[in-house]
Design a protein. Structure first.
Length: 325
């Protein structure tokens, strides 16, 4: 995907103390900020989010989540702010979120409430804490700014601790739970938006829809292979013959297509195993032996050596670092 990072947005990040160039370096992402662009695969985008998670304090996350700071820079938020109410705004945000990253927003309308959940587009990839908090805070900020009313959710939950700083912004105690969720009163989301702008939206919607089609067409063959591998590895059927069969082509054609994108099946397999490893290691109940088995390693030592090569850390040291967050 190709993201536009304007100089004004870069200045905004600098103003809240976000060392964006340093984050790009640590995430091993080419710095094209002088061209006001970033070209990222889904995996690189996830790596970028992980680095934001490591660097940003909760005060910075709150600053990063004020819709007034972002709506002029990011198309999905302008689309949402131009809607007639919160329900339509969240629907638009869900539709156009792919313009700024491979995140999925799921919303469900009930008789008296509306629930909102977030997930990464690739299966088995967890949202880093920064990303989840940022998305939850943004929704609340959007609703308050657009309606001019002090809307607060009935429930906020996710798999991470909520600090006093984030709870003060949300005006509700965060609940630690396996899955993330925001729940609002439906009547709050039916409050009219003061920022509704039908004439501007009628002008911009065709362009937004065109960009959505462009994003969909930018998905590489390697990314499609990644998505299949992430589902296949835990099942144990992830040889090149298995994956090529699922993609309805020969193994030779699969490898040739990957070669055209300067990668190989083995590289994509290792990248998928790495994603799954980081996901499984967050589950404190899973042993290293169990994870090695699910990743398809012949023995635990092979997985241990691979992890040390990826991160420069032992699995024990990595898990200890997770427990301190």
């Amino acid at each position: 995907m190709k993201l536009t990072i304007t100089s004004q947005f870069q200045q905004f990040m600098a103003s809240i103390g976000v060392p964006f160039e340093e984050i790009l370096l640590k995430a091993d992402i080419p710095n094209l900020l002088k061209e006001e662009t970033l070209v990222l695969t889904d995996l690189e985008y996830h790596r970028l989010l992980q680095e934001f998670d490591r660097v940003l304090a909760d005060e910075q996350i709150v600053g990063f989540s004020e819709i007034g700071n972002l709506q002029l820079f990011l198309p999905p938020f302008f689309a949402a702010m131009s809607a007639k109410n919160g329900i339509e705004g969240i629907k638009r945000l869900s539709k156009y979120k792919k313009l700024v990253g491979p995140l999925v927003i799921q919303y469900t309308e009930h008789e008296e409430t509306v629930s909102v959940r977030f997930q990464f587009q690739l299966p088995m990839q967890d949202l880093p804490r920064f990303t989840l908090l940022n998305e939850q805070l943004l929704i609340v900020s959007l609703l308050r700014t657009a309606t001019g009313k002090d809307i607060k959710p009935l429930l906020v939950e996710g798999p991470y601790e909520y600090s006093p700083v984030t709870e003060a912004f949300l005006q509700v105690r965060g609940k630690v739970a396996p899955k993330n969720q925001l729940i609002f009163k439906k009547e709050d989301l039916l409050q009219p938006f003061r920022s509704e702008n039908n004439s501007m939206w009628e002008y911009l919607q065709p362009e937004f829809d065109k960009k959505l089609l462009e994003v969909a067409s930018q998905k590489t063959f390697a990314q499609n292979v990644q998505a299949v591998l992430l589902m296949a590895i835990p099942s144990g059927y992830f040889l090149i013959e298995d994956i090529s069969k699922q993609l309805r082509m020969s193994a030779r054609t699969l490898q040739r297509n990957l070669n055209a994108e300067n990668t190989t099946f083995n590289k994509e397999l290792q990248a998928a195993q790495k994603i799954l490893a980081f996901t499984y290691l967050q589950n404190e109940t899973m042993t290293t032996t169990e994870i090695a088995y699910l990743l398809g390693y012949a023995d635990t030592n092979s997985f241990v050596r691979a992890f040390k090569k990826w991160t420069g850390q032992t699995i024990t040291a990595y898990r200890e670092g997770l427990s301190k967050k």
